[in-house]
Design a binder for this molecule. Structure first.
Ligand SMILES: [Zn+2]
Length: 383
């Protein structure tokens, strides 16, 4: 028997077995690194090995997600992040060490994944800003089966990534942690399933506190300083809004009740499936004025266990869709929230079933409209 480590047993031995209750596992292939996954009930290692995954953001959650996916043996993983390692990251971002402070997060993450965790996966890293380099995000997403969105930019960025997933028909998985809380979102990207926007809105991202905008009359500068809105496209949307409303120096009240709702309407329209793949940058979207991690705290337990639960949600969904006997819609939840703190009442999980609500959102109806137009075109070309 050879002492070589076997990392491609699925392809080599054409194994697609699943151990069922009451049966003995098949004989172990010497050196097969994925043996303990293969023998799990309802686990299909072959479909894990076909996954091409986009991990947006390799911070607290993203670095542990990347580590789990690589250990499971996915085909390819694309990592994207714009940040550099900071000393304050090291208590929980497990792919970085003391020697990495000041270095590019994705570059170090990719390097550590390759050195320590990788068994068979192709790993690519992109040190860039997803908002500024949106066209690169689109090109990577086109090669993937799922996006794990861990970027902390705000609701409109999540809206954009969700719309991109819907336009490509790929899974949207998102997770976040807040002190001891973990939130998990999973949406299939399928035409008749709900999406993130069916149950969330972006209204707060387009609102101001009165103190923030008092005595300021340059709208462009105001949006840049408070919401990080910039670029040529933002400039033309601002001009369109000002002209349509005939408001060039709006009052605080006009800005929040007239200008921003119109700006929101135009931005959300640009982010629909029909045009989400066409933008070079999406700097015209607002960044949320969310509180920094420092105000709520974070630790390795919540990041690592949160990431494992997020990956687990995805893997359960993947296995359900592979198993023709299971009813995906009946038993799957799009949203769960857990609290790790035993002092605050222990673990908690809630969610809603994977059913399209009666009123589907603009993204879902736009995706359906495009599919209808495409099938009409196809029919006309073939006849
Ligand atoms: Zn929707």
């Amino acid at each position: 028997m050879s002492d070589e480590i076997e990392v491609n047993a699925t392809r080599k031995y054409k194994l697609d077995y699943i151990v069922t209750e009451g049966k003995q596992p098949p004989p172990e292939i010497h050196g097969d690194v994925f043996d303990r996954q293969r023998v799990m009930k309802n686990f299909d290692q072959h479909s894990v090995e076909q996954q091409h995954i986009f991990v947006l953001g390799v911070g607290g959650i993203g670095s542990s997600i990347a580590m789990s996916l690589v250990r499971m043996g996915v085909d390819t993983i694309y990592l994207l992040d714009r940040d550099f390692v900071d000393a304050s990251n090291l208590n929980r971002q497990i792919l970085f060490s003391l020697l990495d402070v000041g270095k590019s997060k994705v570059e170090v993450a990719a390097q550590h994944l390759k050195c320590i965790h990788n068994l068979r996966t192709n790993i690519y890293d992109y040190h860039m800003d997803a908002v500024i380099n949106w066209s690169c995000v689109v090109e990577i997403a086109k090669k993937c089966t799922v996006i794990f969105n861990n970027v902390d930019y705000g609701a409109v960025f999540d809206y954009a990534v969700n719309s991109l997933c819907k336009s490509l028909g790929i899974l949207y998985v998102a997770g976040s942690t807040y002190a001891n809380n973990i939130e998990i979102n999973l949406f299939s990207g399928l035409l008749n399933d709900p999406c993130w926007a069916c149950n969330n809105n972006t209204n707060d991202s387009f609102k101001f506190n009165i103190e923030e905008i008092e005595n300021r009359n340059d709208i462009q500068l105001l949006l840049k300083e408070i919401c990080c809105i910039s670029g040529e496209q933002a400039q033309s949307i601002i001009e369109e809004c000002s002209n349509e409303l005939n408001l060039h120096q709006p009052s605080v009240l006009q800005l929040s009740t007239l200008f921003m709702p119109l700006y929101q309407q135009k931005v959300l329209k640009l982010l629909l499936p029909q045009s989400i793949q066409l933008h070079h940058s999406i700097e015209f979207i607002p960044k949320d004025r969310s509180f920094p991690t420092r105000t709520v705290g974070s630790w390795v337990g919540v990041c690592v266990s949160g990431a494992c639960l997020i990956v687990n949600t995805w893997i359960q969904y993947l296995m359900k869709t592979k198993n023709s006997n299971s009813d995906t819609n009946q038993s799957f939840h799009n949203w769960s929230q857990l609290n790790l703190s035993m002092l605050d009442g222990g673990y908690d999980t809630v969610g809603f079933p994977n059913e399209q609500t009666l009123q589907c959102c603009l993204i879902c109806s736009n995706a359906k409209q495009i599919a209808k137009q495409n099938s009409y075109l196809e029919k006309n070309i073939s006849t």
